[in-house]
Design a protein around this ligand. Sequence first.
Ligand SMILES: [Fe+2]
Ligand SMILES: [Fe+2]
Length: 468
Amino acid sequence: MKELLPGRRQPRGTRHVAGRFLALSLAALAVGIILVTAGCAGITPATLPGNAPGQISADHPVRVSEGKPLSVFSRQEAFSIHQVITEDSATSRTIVWQSEQEEKDPFVEYRALGADGTPSGELWAQGARRNERFAEDGKTSWIHTVKLTGLRPGTAYQYRLGAGSRRGPWLSLKTPAGPRFQALIFTDSQSARYDTWGKVAGSAWSRHGTADLALVLGDLVDNGQQDAQWRQWFRQAAPLVTSIPVAPVLGNHETYTLDWQVRMPEAYTRFFPLPALPERWQRQYGSQFYSFDVGEVHFTVVNTQFRELEKFEPHLQEEQLAWLRQDLRQTRKKWKIVLMHKDALQYGFKHRQTPRAEGFSDEGKIFLPVFDEFSVDAVLSGHLHSYRNRGHIRNFRRDASGPLYIMAGLSGDVRYPDLWRDHALDERVLPQPETDNYMTLDAAPDRLVFRTYLPDGTSVDEAILDKP
Ligand SMILES: [Fe+2]
Ligand SMILES: [Fe+2]
């Protein structure tokens, strides 16, 4: 896979450079004074190549002039670059990346592209809201989070990371507009080797390169504490996750320690700073569950790990239910889609000694009545590594007036061949033994279309929801 960041740096440290740096600093100080005097918002500082630290606001865009970068980020200076979904991806975007060393005042520069794909607008920048030291699995890194705000809907941009006089390569970003958009859907990308995940994500992106966001329904990695797995996950899917925002779902594997005990999902919640919850829930549960809108669709993302996390968060289940009801009640969007990792249905084992009856899972028993009550349109899940379209269910029975329940299969290399019995409510099961798959969601004003594909692009299922 093509490396995003060639390890290229220009030599530094000569007296000549030191002198130039002093001159730059003095000039930058002058710009800073102008900025402060002008009260910042909307002004046009004649920013130098290599903006001085602290000049660029994290809260609002500042116009900057493009200078020639003195050097390019190396792989150690910027890795695991990815976009994260915000509450409104038409006007904002979160960019996250890591570095091996501490960075002072990193930022992101960005500009709009014209219809022909060339830069047409002014150059803007926003600084990092968080620069967090993160020690995990024997490695120390810094996680940088920049939130771009005030973006124009329906616009293509290019952006690049910056710190001091260094810059990353230009990357792509675009904002959706109106009720039409496309989402790519993956689940259970957890792997022994992440090249399979890279192939599935790469295949989906090469076929649907105009998609607006990627939903990942949990178990992104096999072990949520293993640093190398996260690096592989981001690296293998770099063309995708640097270009469109990821809306992730917390899975059980994100909560595992290196010795497979349960812990809080420390890495996951740092890599994915997700839309804030109302105050009552944010401090305790931020980034574990959340909601966001795209077009006329309200996405509600739940955390199905309340059994595992009980010793850390004894009230997670009832607190999340209270939030879920409030969230589904308050939205005015035409469509409601719920994303959850563990499936609502329970499947029996085909060959295991301990039998298990088919029915509804504990999570399903808790959530289904709420989904019925608030007329959720579709529920997407994962976890069993098997694709199952169950059609519409209400009140625990097949009912065309209930939400559509689709369990996506897998997008990694962990497979459970011949493990599950078919369920009486299954309407479509993929040929066994099952390989990877991905899905698309195409949203239009009166219609949602879910399509399922094998990695080679073969279409294997379709479900259409209409609401005139
Ligand atoms: Fe899984
Ligand atoms: Fe799982």
